[in-house]
Design a protein around this ligand. Sequence first.
Ligand SMILES: Cc1cc2nc3c(=O)[nH]c(=O)nc-3n(C[C@H](O)[C@H](O)[C@H](O)COP(=O)(O)OP(=O)(O)OC[C@H]3O[C@@H](n4cnc5c(N)ncnc54)[C@H](O)[C@@H]3O)c2cc1C
Length: 373
Amino acid sequence: MRNESSNHKSENDYDIMIVGAGPAGISTWLHLHKYAPELASRTIVIEKEKFPRDKICGGGIGGWSEYILKNLNINLDLPKINISDLEFIYSEKKYILHQPNCFKMIQRIDFDHALVKTGVNRGLILHENEMFLSFTRKNNKLIIKTNKGTYNVKVLIGADGALSKVRKSMNLSNKPHIASTLEIFSPVNTQFDDEYEKKKIVIDLTYIDEDLQGYIWHVPHIKESKPYMGHGMANFHIHKNKPKANMIKIFNQVLNSRNIAINQKNWLSHPIRWYSKEDTISKPNILLVGDAVGIEPAFGGGIHFALSYGELSAKIIIDAFKTKDFSFKDYGKKIQAHLIGKWIAKCTNIALDLYDHKMDPFEAAREVFTIKQ
Ligand SMILES: Cc1cc2nc3c(=O)[nH]c(=O)nc-3n(C[C@H](O)[C@H](O)[C@H](O)COP(=O)(O)OP(=O)(O)OC[C@H]3O[C@@H](n4cnc5c(N)ncnc54)[C@H](O)[C@@H]3O)c2cc1C
């Protein structure tokens, strides 16, 4: 997919470069296009993969994401499973939160591709198979090196995920806040996986008692039109001084309990970065968005944050071009004042208590998952 029709000044001269065409990068461009189409036409998005590309994820999206997509006038017609029940387990106890159509389970390969296609149809300049390598500064501009060439830009957006290369090249002195995950997908076994038929998500918090600062999930999934399940595990390890759970042992136990025999070398894994308000996430001419900044450390969903970071950053960039102030020095404060920062702060407090046995797991679940208007 490549759209070359553009309004930029010369071959490698753009106002803005967005690195990464996941939900955060594409949302940033779509919001630029909505609020400042001229600026969007002088923006390039580079993506190291070629679409359709997959991303390890549970694939659950809720009302927050749908609200943003609706405001962008996007109606993605994708294969999905509507979820109305979230079942939380702790030890022998269960708690069901029933909220009609509170989540949709989508496949990221479809979702991300559909978002990118929407952007390209609206004029997005996308270079696939192009990887950000480094940047240098020259006369209030940035010179960006990729595996395909060199670009001059005024603003660089790091939307390149939890392992962001843009973030690394900014040499920030933040403490790392990285959660580990494991995930596998397997065909539905009706003897064990009633989640598919009942269209429910299961979140099992039992392993908090085995030092897991996180949870296990079982979610219905569609893979190539077939009924599948996603089984996964996240360990946020927010209390760094506490012992680390043996994730491999626990995950083996969980898979065995469902008669799933998938060799460990075929398990998927990708880190989740969580955001702390002490983190520096911008430099003059450079902003991070989405997983490159971080999400929340209680339950760790991030598609809605990625879409929201896109809207917030687009407004901040538009303002920077108006005022000609590219310092982005208030970016952190603006995130904290936004719903993104407020929600992450709330979930961080919940995570600190939940993963220190100071909060009833079902109370934590209600706090995070109850839909408030
Ligand atoms: C196991 C797991 C399960 C999850 N489940 C859920 C869930 O059910 N619901 C939910 O809401 N969230 C979930 N998340 C979180 C969610 O996947 C992320 O928050 C979301 O993908 C963030 O979007 P993003 O655009 O910031 O980053 P990404 O989706 O990671 O996109 C980054 C893009 O940047 C590209 N890129 C990387 N490096 C470069 C480079 N150097 N040059 C050019 N391009 C580059 C990548 O190829 C990628 O396309 C889950 C995460 C994990 C790990």
